[in-house]
Design a binder for this molecule. Structure first.
Ligand code: PMP
Length: 412
């Protein structure tokens, strides 16, 4: 091997990479402290209001199955029919030979649900943000995103080569100030926000953000991973929630892995945008089409949502019940409001881990969210409510949560 350049230390064993050692140390520390590893727990059966962990039925508050569509008989039947008709893979990029009728049907239904002209689907929600952001803006452009943006948005920013500026969470006045300062230096500006923030369960002030975007001649992208099927009277998302003109937002992105019971992402918007993306986006043209099973699952979920229009309302009522009971019990639920995401902020990663262990022993599954996913003083348990939970399940869960929190406090 030639001499390495001065100051360069060759690294050639993956097990010795500092980041590899760091993650093993963190996992080992939890085990030494006697808390069991909460990750990769096997959830057997369909994950709805309950799941099965280690052979035990548990009340489950850790799924994105907001409307209970995964496991719904109509969805399961549609998936089986689609696999029988089309096979398990479409076996090619859609641009070449992978296009199936079910793709266009799904995209039409997505566009109808969202109130846009058209939509395009991708095989992964995360990859949708990466490839689409990376494709719409580039060097010489600016991306301004909420400081709590999901990793898929940050990866898309990196790939794009555009300048990236976060603005303080949900602070449209700060966004306005950033753009007033620097908009003039850039060709295109893309503002990226989310419909519901998945750590805190809060909703941005979309009308105010649209005003800022118009004022500064920017484009707006909203990731509706946690708001499609959830917000709005018919589950149409944050656009329906605020009843805004859907054409005021250029890119409505999201994922079908949550309320829509499948796997894959989408972008909805104008006919021109979708046509452009279908012919040119790397993560679409150089990737296989969404599988028949996944397309059928989300298509059936959207149709079922239309057949059971009370589901988003039921989800809202149950979420409100959880939040109210938790607040009455003195639990710190942060900024959560009117969404099925309710954090219980503990402010210490090890205590959050211990609390999730204690709840699991009492038959409740709620995932801990630890540093560095959130700042240490915001370490928490996060509860996801679904439309298939019952009032009794929620009442008993909050009661047990309050008891276990008290035990933790008493232990010091
Ligand atoms: N965006 C947001 C806001 C998300 O929370 C997630 C996943 N949790 C994604 C994108 C990625 O979606 P998927 O898991 O379907 O790839």
């Amino acid at each position: 091997m030639p001499e390495p350049a001065p100051g360069v230390e060759p690294q050639y064993r993956i097990a010795d990479f500092p980041e590899v050692r760091a993650i093993f140390d963190r996992i080992g520390l939890a085990e030494q402290l006697g808390v069991s590893n909460p990750y990769f727990l096997i959830n057997d059966g369909v994950t709805r209001d309950t799941s099965v962990i280690g052979g035990q039925d548990v009340l489950n508050f850790s799924s994105y199955n907001y409307l209970g569509m995964s496991g719904h008989p109509a969805v399961t039947t549609a998936v089986c029919d689609a696999v029988t008709r089309y096979g398990s893979s479409v076996s090619a990029s859609r641009l070449l030979s992978g296009e199936k009728t079910i793709h266009a049907e799904l995209e039409r239904e997505l566009a109808a649900l969202l109130g846009t002209e058209d939509a395009i689907t991708f095989t992964s929600g995360h990859a949708t943000n990466v490839t689409v952001i990376g494709h719409i803006v580039g060097p010489g452009d600016l991306i301004v995103h909420d400081s709590l943006a999901h990793d898929s948005i940050l990866q898309g920013c990196k790939l794009s080569g555009a300048t990236r500026r976060p603005f303080p969470h949900n602070d449209h006045a700060a966004l306005d100030r950033v753009l007033a300062d620097i908009r003039g230096r850039y060709r295109r500006v893309l503002i990226v926000i989310e419909g519901v923030y998945s750590q805190d369960g809060d909703i941005p002030d979309l009308p105010a953000i649209i005003e800022v975007k118009r004022k500064h001649k920017a484009l707006l992208m909203i990731d509706e991973a946690h708001s499609i099927g959830v917000l709005g009277a018919t589950g149409g998302g944050i656009g329906e929630h605020f009843d805004i003109d859907r054409a005021d937002v250029e890119l409505w992105s999201g994922t079908m892995s949550k309320a829509l019971a499948g796997c894959g992402g989408y972008v909805a918007g104008s006919a021109e945008l979708v046509r452009f993306l279908k012919y040119t986006t790397p993560g679409f043209i150089y990737s296989v089409g969404i599988t028949p099973a996944n397309a059928a699952a989300s298509l059936a979920a959207i149709r079922q949502l239309r057949a059971e229009p009370e589901l988003p309302r039921r989800l809202r009522e149950l979420s409100r019940l959880f939040l109210t009971l938790a607040q009455e019990a003195g639990i710190d639920t942060g900024d959560s409001q009117d969404t099925p995401v309710v954090p219980c902020i503990i402010g210490d990663s090890m205590r959050a881990l211990a609390l999730s262990n204690a709840l699991l022993r009492r038959g409740i599954n709620a995932n801990p969210i630890l540093y560095p996913a959130v700042p240490e003083d915001k370490a928490r348990l996060r509860f996801f409510i679904t439309a298939c939970h019952t009032e009794e399940q929620i009442t008993s869960t909050v009661k047990i949560l309050a008891e276990e929190l008290e035990t933790l406090r008493a232990a010091g």
